[in-house]
Design a protein. Structure first.
Length: 435
């Protein structure tokens, strides 16, 4: 009997010791798991001070002052454009698709006639060149481009009409349309997020494509080619994206400071990684905010024109990192992925078209092709995409000016086995009606 009684306290002590060991082990494991969050959160005050010193937008008042007021007429036109496009009949959609695919003159004219309201709306936005969004900017989760696919379709309509006008000999009308395209790109670029810069670059590229096609129509008129070259040079490439970077900083900080399940699902492709289990939400928010502030302060201190590249590089590094606090960059701001390539591609196309039009003008004026870049005024331009000189080749009366892309491999000189995998960027021009 006494042996049994003496065993009970010993059993209790063993159970208590085991329980304590489990709690200590769990506590140690939690501290190890929490260390990155604790370390990042401890840097918050310094990160906030550094960000303010660097000029990062961190308050709603600063963000609203940067954004300014929407242009009512442009906002109304943007809504009208979207409403028309989404309300098109199946027949109008089919006609538009055929026009884009075939460029058949009759189909293009039919499309333009059906889409007159969309053309008017696109012209209105393109003529304003100002912020046209109409929404509550105090919640940046709602601050995304309004139906930017509608704007791109409006730009394609303007391009179609510019080529129609060129083929009818209406050079002034064609110039008017490509200037409206330039205005449309500028209007989009006033949106305060980097996605606007990507869409603006896409619209600028549509404009360059139109200039290239119009140049083919006026191949035998060197004075018109020279004027088109001036138009191509004026194309705005929004490489700095200063206002957009300021908007992104406020957007990111808003997400970090208000993070919850709904925001994580709206903002991230992997919301569970933004909300780690067993971590206090307040700690996670503070750690993420500190990490974002550090990143944007670094970008703000980069020289103009390099800031968005700094963000792109940080986003790619975060995506490869095993550091849990990096997920706010890797997941929450996925728009950084590819933004540098998009903008550089647009800038490269502008360089290519400028060089192509200069060579075309020489061919039209002299009836001879230059044999090398030293025969072309200005020489060989350097491609923003990859940093290599542009190249050109002549096949009969066909001229191709191109960039060899980021891989540094010339896949245009000889037809590649898999042309769809080439990252070369090019424009072509044919010397029609020339001796």
């Amino acid at each position: 009997m006494g042996t049994v009684q003496r065993g009970k306290p010993r059993g209790r002590r063993i159970l208590l010791a085991g329980t304590v060991a489990i709690f200590v082990g769990v506590g140690v494991a939690w501290v190890i798991a929490a260390y990155p969050w604790l370390a990042a959160a401890s840097r918050y005050e310094k990160a906030l001070s550094d960000a303010k010193d660097a000029g990062v937008v961190v308050t709603e008042a600063d963000f609203m002052a940067m954004v300014g007021k929407a242009d009512p007429e442009a906002a109304r036109a943007a809504r009208d454009l979207g409403a028309f496009i989404r309300g098109r009949s199946p027949e109008a959609k089919a006609t538009y698709d055929r026009a884009v695919q075939t460029h058949d003159a009759g189909t293009v004219r039919e499309t333009l006639a059906q889409h007159t309201p969309a053309l008017v709306a696109a012209e209105t936005v393109g003529g304003r060149s100002a912020l046209f969004a109409d929404r509550d900017f105090s919640n940046p989760l709602e601050t995304t481009l309004p139906e930017y696919s509608d704007l791109k379709l409006g730009a394609k309509l303007l391009k179609l009409r510019s080529v129609v006008r060129a083929n009818e000999g209406d050079f002034a009308g064609a110039l008017q349309d490509i200037r409206m395209l330039d205005g449309l790109a500028k209007a989009v670029a006033t949106e305060p997020l980097l996605i606007a810069q990507m869409v603006s670059s896409s619209l600028s590229t549509t404009r360059l494509d139109a200039v290239n096609e119009i140049a083919g129509v006026f191949a035998a008129q060197p004075e018109k080619l020279a004027q088109l070259k001036t138009e191509a040079e004026s194309t705005v490439i929004h490489a700095d994206a200063e206002a957009a970077i300021a908007g992104e900083s406020y957007f990111g900080l808003f997400v970090a400071n208000h993070l919850n399940r709904r925001i994580a699902e709206q903002s991230s492709v992997s919301p569970d990684r933004l909300l780690p289990k067993f971590m206090p939400l307040g700690l996670v928010r503070r750690a993420f905010a500190a990490r974002l502030l550090e990143n944007f302060a670094q970008a703000a201190r980069s020289k103009p024109g390099e800031r968005w590249r700094t963000l792109s590089a940080a986003r790619r590094a975060a995506a490869k990192s095993s550091e849990p606090t990096e997920q706010i960059l890797g997941d929450c701001l996925p728009i950084f992925e590819g933004v540098d390539v998009t903008i550089l591609s647009s800038a490269t196309k502008a360089k290519i078209l400028d060089a192509l039009l200069e060579i075309a003008r020489l061919r039209s004026a002299t009836a001879k092709w230059p044999e090398q870049w030293s025969d072309v005024p200005g020489g060989a331009p350097v491609s923003p995409l990859g940093g290599e000189p542009l190249r050109f080749k002549v096949e009969g009366e066909k001229l191709t000016v191109y960039s060899i892309g980021l891989d540094g491999v010339d896949e245009t000189e000889k037809a590649p086995l898999f042309p769809e995998k080439s990252d070369d960027v090019e424009y072509t021009w044919i010397a029609k009606s020339l001796p």
